[in-house]
Design a binder for this molecule. Structure first.
Ligand SMILES: NC(=O)c1ccc[n+]([C@@H]2O[C@H](COP(=O)([O-])OP(=O)(O)OC[C@H]3O[C@@H](n4cnc5c(N)ncnc54)[C@H](OP(=O)(O)O)[C@@H]3O)[C@@H](O)[C@H]2O)c1
Length: 273
């Protein structure tokens, strides 16, 4: 495989995440050939794309097909059944790249064998629009080139950070994995509070939604940190200051958020296997 020719990939599971990644790889030219295993078949948009073929399972891959990367994008609960049939693909030149929540490197080494080259990663739902945040951790057999290739593949759906300590994937799951839900709840909470302050329900929801998504876009477009943008809209003794005095009090949002992230981290540890 060369960067110019693109990688040879096996995508196991072509649902929301796998499908979004596949679109990104094809658009960026990261993949020269992708074999997809998915019970539902190929998305209609890919019919006729010569780079993509469908296989019904590990035992029906095209003759001579040796993937550089096997991307594991099935639900965690079907991994146990699906994975053992891919043991025959384990070799130093093939990296198994998982995006399955909670499935540890030890789990993949157990089901694939000790020699498996594994990258475990945790994306989040904005990956569906190419705006995901993924954190990845390699096992000891991942080469520099395999890490770079995995990085390019994950980058197709957003930003990527790497950690060496797999234990960090629990707080990562709590912050970026589950995080989009907290932001959606912020919209709900602001709308409910706006309604309590006298706004019609539909207008309150519209304002809250536009404000959260607009502020997110502003943060994204700005080189400034969130704290600087916050200070920029806070005049002394003004309306924003009055709200932030409540939100930033000792018993305000910070202790609630810290407790929420700690609860999610604990749950991630309990569910990991
Ligand atoms: N969605 C997210 O926001 C998100 C975020 C972080 C991590 N993840 C991880 O991403 C992975 C995929 O999630 P998703 O939301 O994309 O799920 P999904 O939309 O359900 O996609 C999974 C796909 O795999 C197919 N499949 C099931 N069994 C299979 C098998 N044995 N071999 C090949 N394909 C099989 C499913 O087909 P059927 O529908 O016919 O079963 C489905 O098309 C999960 O492990 C999840 O933990 C997702």
């Amino acid at each position: 495989m060369t960067v110019e020719s693109g990688a040879s990939l096996l995508l196991v599971g072509c649902g929301k995440m796998g499908g979004a990644m596949l679109d990104g790889w094809l658009a960026a030219g990261t993949a020269s050939r992708v074999v997809v295993v998915d019970r539902a078949g190929l998305p209609p948009s890919l019919a006729g794309d010569a780079r993509v073929t469908l296989a019904s399972g590990a035992d029906s891959l095209p003759d001579g097909f040796v993937p550089d990367v096997v991307v594991l994008a099935v639900k965690p609960q079907v991994m146990e059944d699906a994975l053992p049939s891919y043991r025959s693909l384990v070799r130093p030149g093939t990296v198994f790249l998982s995006i399955a929540a909670g499935k540890t490197i030890a789990y993949f080494e157990r089901l694939l064998g000790e020699g498996a080259v594994v990258v475990r990663s945790m994306p989040n739902t904005p990956a569906a629009i190419g705006r995901g945040m993924t954190v990845a951790v390699p096992n000891s057999r991942v080469s520099a080139a395999q890490r770079a290739l995995s990085d390019r593949l994950l980058r197709a759906v957003g930003d990527v950070a790497w950690v060496e300590d797999e234990g960090l994937l629990d707080p990562v799951t709590a912050v970026s994995g589950s995080g989009p839900a907290y932001v959606f709840f912020l919209v709900e909470a602001m709308a409910k509070a706006g309604e309590a302050a006298g706004l019609p329900a539909d207008l309150a929801l519209r304002l809250a939604r536009a404000t959260v998504s607009g502020a997110g876009a502003l943060l994204d477009a700005s080189p400034q940190e969130a704290a600087d943008l916050r200070k920029a809209v806070t005049s002394p003794n003004g309306t924003t200051q009055a709200a932030l005095d409540v939100l930033m009090a000792d018993d305000g949002l910070q202790p609630v958020m810290t407790a929420a992230i700690a609860a999610a981290t604990r749950r991630s540890r309990e569910l990991a296997g």
